[in-house]
Design a protein around this ligand. Structure first.
Ligand SMILES: Nc1ncnc2c1ncn2[C@@H]1O[C@H](COP(=O)(O)OP(=O)(O)OP(=O)(O)O)[C@@H](O)[C@H]1O
Ligand SMILES: [Mg+2]
Length: 338
């Protein structure tokens, strides 16, 4: 394109809010300037483009509702401070939040804040909670992707719905949460998978790559080992949320016991030892059951007696591996890990 055409195209893109045209025209201008050895101007154009491309549309802009049906929208309530996270995980999340909060400064230097997070770990240890807490810390909407509405029964339909979903997500700053990401981001070398699934995964990854940095993509998986290497590479932050150790569990229980109206008659450490190797979610459920029983007892039983009774009952519960045995093709130890 001649330079005059580029300038006209640039003005048109600005006037109509067409970001694609703005991007491609500016890139053409930059290439033009670089060819003339005008590197300083080309760099300035690049920086200007970085700032423009990531500005979310203002609320007055027409926002497409198409794609909304594949997203569950919620107001985040979970607070980061209320979660017990491994030190490096907490630190990295705080860094992500800071980069998002101070994105303008980064953009002024031609940089973008990090915005792609992969959370892995066994069930009930905070993956969904962390995703929600990031949205809460950023004061943005929390969007959970609905696979049921996303996966079409006809070939090619899923990609169309995915494209709409991403178009919708990029209309506002948000956290876009993909739960059970292994269900879609699985190793593409898997011989059982059809070409269709491979196409969906490739398309999904491309879409994630193209999201502006004000959309924080958080993917969660219980089975990080199933993920394709190309999937891993996409995520700037890869955080493990493991089952709590006994000491960490004790710290968690301590917070719960403190909120009880009566003395528990047992230390948090002793209780953690009795409950064994369990998730935060199970520990919370246990504590809530104690409270439920206490409320229903109408003060006829002390909390300490109820706690003892529930610990007894707890020791008789069945675990998945006892009920079903090791899963086919897995060793006993790998079953415990999953
Ligand atoms: N690290 C944590 N600190 C404090 N509470 C936690 C933590 N992890 C989980 N919980 C409690 O357990 C509940 C369930 O956790 P959450 O849904 O975030 O787990 P998850 O990893 O997403 O599980 P799943 O794999 O089953 O989806 C939370 O609502 C919270 O109350
Ligand atoms: Mg979850």
């Amino acid at each position: 394109m001649a330079r005059s055409d580029l300038l006209i195209s640039l003005v048109r893109a600005g006037a109509t809010g067409d970001r694609e045209m703005l991007k491609s025209t500016t890139e053409a201008l930059m290439a033009d300037e670089r060819a003339k050895n005008h590197h300083i101007l080309a760099d300035r154009l690049q920086r200007a483009l970085n700032a423009v491309a990531v500005t979310p549309p203002t609320s007055s802009t027409h926002v497409s509702q198409v794609g909304k049906d594949t997203i569950l929208e919620s107001q985040p309530r979970q607070r980061l401070e209320d979660l017990i996270l491994p030190m490096p995980v907490a630190q990295q999340i705080r860094q992500l939040v800071e980069e998002q909060h101070r994105a303008d400064l980064l953009r002024a230097h031609g940089m973008q804040p990090r915005h792609r997070v992969l959370l892995s770990g066994p069930p009930g240890n905070g993956k969904t909670s962390v995703a929600e807490a990031i949205a809460e810390a950023l004061s943005v909407q929390f969007f959970t992707v609905r696979y049921d509405a996303l996966v079409g029964s006809f070939l090619g339909e899923t990609n169309t719905r995915l494209a709409r979903l991403f178009d919708y997500a990029r209309t506002v700053p948000c956290v876009l949460f993909f739960d059970e990401f292994d269900a879609i981001g699985k190793e593409r070398g898997d011989s059982h998978e059809t070409g269709e699934i491979k196409r969906v995964v490739s398309f999904l990854l491309m879409q994630i790559d193209q999201l502006p940095s004000y959309v924080v993509t958080v993917a969660a998986t219980n089975h990080a080992e199933l993920l394709d290497r190309a999937v891993w590479r996409r995520f700037q932050l890869r955080l493990a949320l493991p089952q709590p150790s006994r000491d960490v569990l004790a710290a968690f229980l301590d917070r719960q016991l403190e909120a009880w109206p009566e003395k528990a008659g047992m230390s948090a450490t002793a209780l953690a030892t009795k409950l064994g190797h369990i998730s935060f979610a199970e520990a919370r459920e246990f504590c809530q059951t104690v409270r439920r029983r206490h409320i229903l007892s109408l003060a006829n039983m002390s909390l300490r007696d109820i706690l003892r009774e529930q610990v007894e009952l707890w020791s008789t519960r069945t675990a998945p591996e006892e009920t079903y045995g090791p899963r086919p093709g897995k060793t006993a130890s790998s079953t415990e890990q999953s």
